[in-house]
Design a protein around this ligand. Structure first.
Ligand code: FES
Length: 131
């Protein structure tokens, strides 16, 4: 039976990970891809949690190249933007990771497609509007 209580197993930090999971360890696992490398997360993890369970950053700043790992964790600071391999922007702290999701941490050469633009395009396609 799934438990939200901390595991009796000691939390072993993954090398170079920013986060360590200490509770809710019994949720179903899923796989996703960071910069083409397969990683594992748990159902219900935010993309920010899933990525920072693997490494110390969600992206590199487009201005300075400095690593960014989110700040507020509640959708207010804009520090956790990531992109899908197709270029759609995702706010990692308010997006759930999904099975097979493919995200990148480096944006150079990636076309910028905002979530709202992608949603508008798919909505237009659904109703047969060529935009
Ligand atoms: S961490 Fe601040 S908006 Fe995501």
């Amino acid at each position: 039976m799934p438990s939200n209580l901390p595991s009796s197993e000691p939390a072993v930090p993954k090398r170079d990970a920013q986060f360590v999971r200490v509770a809710e360890t019994q949720r179903e696992a899923l796989s996703f891809f960071i910069d083409g490398h397969e990683a594992t997360a748990l159902q219900g993890d935010t993309l920010l949690t899933a990525v920072l369970m693997q490494q110390r950053r969600v992206r590199e700043s487009e201005f300075s190249g400095a690593p960014r790992a989110g700040f507020c964790l509640i959708g207010a600071c804009q520090d956790c933007w990531m992109r899908t391999e197709e270029g759609m922007r995702l706010r990692a702290c308010s997006t759930l990771v999904t099975q097979g999701m493919r995200v990148v941490t480096r944006f150079a050469g990636t076309a910028c497609v905002t979530a709202s633009a992608a949603s508008a395009a798919s909505a237009a396609a659904a109703i047969g509007d060529p935009q």
